[in-house]
Design a protein around this ligand. Structure first.
Ligand code: GLY
Ligand code: MN
Ligand code: MN
Length: 386
């Protein structure tokens, strides 16, 4: 990520970028003499004039073009070490760079808008495949074909879950045959552009007029309310707790629980149905850096007690891009624990049991915080589809 933060080159292993004060950044670009593998193409594009470029043909040749190691912060994985020149990854430098990566530049936002558009287009193709009765494998193929990206190019492995598979948060199997009866479809799938990610989830009911469709609509409305709160100064952990209250209200309104939303959150019951964090920073990495960082000098902002999976504890600021991905799930493991505990009487088990076949619901958008109204990269990308 540190490399592709500087230039839109994502496949040039063995290359180096040297940044020295007062000089053009120097790209040492490896084009190996190799007839077994594809060799990276010569640097080309609008960006090349912004770099001093040296082509090398063997990884070790980079050494001659690198500065004096003792005066460098060398960022990278241990396996890129050259003779006398090894990554030292100084924490202070990493903290500073990670902190700055929280604030997306106009260029970065442009890349993320494109990644969002590719993802939205492919989501539409996947939905059509679902409506046509396809199984998970074929829906996945429809997604890849529309995105024109292979699994290796996607920012993360697609989650393509029909029926109760939606209750497995990281379901990455792909059943080859469609189920005998189609109830629901949860798809969590993104796309990449110039090293930037989108991360998008949608949930569809097979029966558009049924009880599950009504629950999806309620979660979708709640999610849009959370997206509207992506504003400068908003504490993200507070937004996560707010989401618990709103979703607990949905559980009550739809007849799953009898207790008040407040009690459902205070007792921890809401976490049975919403057992993950509201979202995370996104950018060069799907789960981007610095979600817990206290300042550009490092430090950690702890999670609120009882919310071990939250990935962002900072207040929002202009330039940050966050996912907003609330969910409600019917997870056998967590429901069994609830059923054995003191709150079992607060649950309408007949209704809960009737919803297990749908798996769960997650709606996920990528939302940029600005100085004013939020920019929902995902919804705008869907709206731009023709
Ligand atoms: N697709 C991974 C996530 O939503 O965080
Ligand atoms: Mn996500
Ligand atoms: Mn996701």
């Amino acid at each position: 990520p540190h490399f592709k933060h500087w230039l839109p080159v994502t496949r040039a292993p063995g290359s180096w970028l040297v940044c020295s004060p007062g000089r053009k950044p120097h790209l040492i670009y490896l084009q190996p003499h190799d007839y077994w593998h594809v060799v990276p193409a010569a640097p080309a594009g609008y960006w090349v004039d912004s770099f001093e470029i040296t082509i090398i043909h063997e990884a070790a040749q980079a050494r001659a073009h690198l500065p004096v190691a003792a005066r460098c912060a060398v960022l990278g994985e241990p396996n890129v070490a050259l003779d006398g020149f090894a990554p030292n990854n100084p924490q202070a430098v990493l903290d500073y760079l990670h902190w700055q990566r929280s604030y997306k530049t106009p260029y970065e936002l442009a890349m993320m808008r494109i990644a969002s558009r590719i993802g939205a287009r492919a989501h539409r193709a996947a939905e059509l495949a679902f409506r046509a009765g396809k199984g998970e494998f074929d829906i996945h193929m429809a997604y890849l074909a529309s995105a024109r990206q292979t699994d290796n190019e996607l920012p993360y492995g697609n989650i393509i879950a029909l029926n109760q598979h939606g209750a497995i948060l990281h379901y990455t199997d792909l059943a080859h045959a469609p189920p005998a009866q189609m109830h629901s479809f949860l798809i969590d799938a993104g796309a990449s552009f110039h090293g930037y990610a989108s991360d998008i989830t949608r949930t569809y009911a097979a029966d558009g007029a049924g009880e599950f469709a009504a629950l999806v609509a309620a979660v979708d409305a709640a999610q849009q309310g959370f997206c509207a709160r992506v504003r400068a100064g908003q504490s993200y952990p507070d937004l996560h707790l707010h989401a618990h209250h709103v979703l607990a209200g949905v559980l009550r309104e739809h007849g799953f629980i009898r207790m008040s939303a407040e009690s459902a959150v205070e007792s921890g019951l809401s976490s049975t149905f919403f057992p993950h964090g509201l979202g995370h920073p996104i950018g060069l990495q799907v789960h981007d850096v610095a979600g817990f960082q206290a300042s550009e000098n490092g430090g950690t902002l702890p999670r609120p007690a009882g919310h071990p999976y939250l990935r962002m504890t900072r207040a929002l600021e202009p330039g940050m891009v966050m996912t907003i991905e609330p969910g409600l799930y019917f997870i056998d493991l967590l429901l069994a624990k609830l059923r054995e505990g003191p709150l079992a009487g607060e649950v309408d088990w007949t209704r809960v049991d009737a919803f297990r076949r749908y798996g769960g619901i997650r709606i996920e958008d990528d939302v940029a915080c600005t100085a004013g109204a939020p920019e929902n990269l995902t919804r705008e990308a869907f709206a731009q589809l023709t």
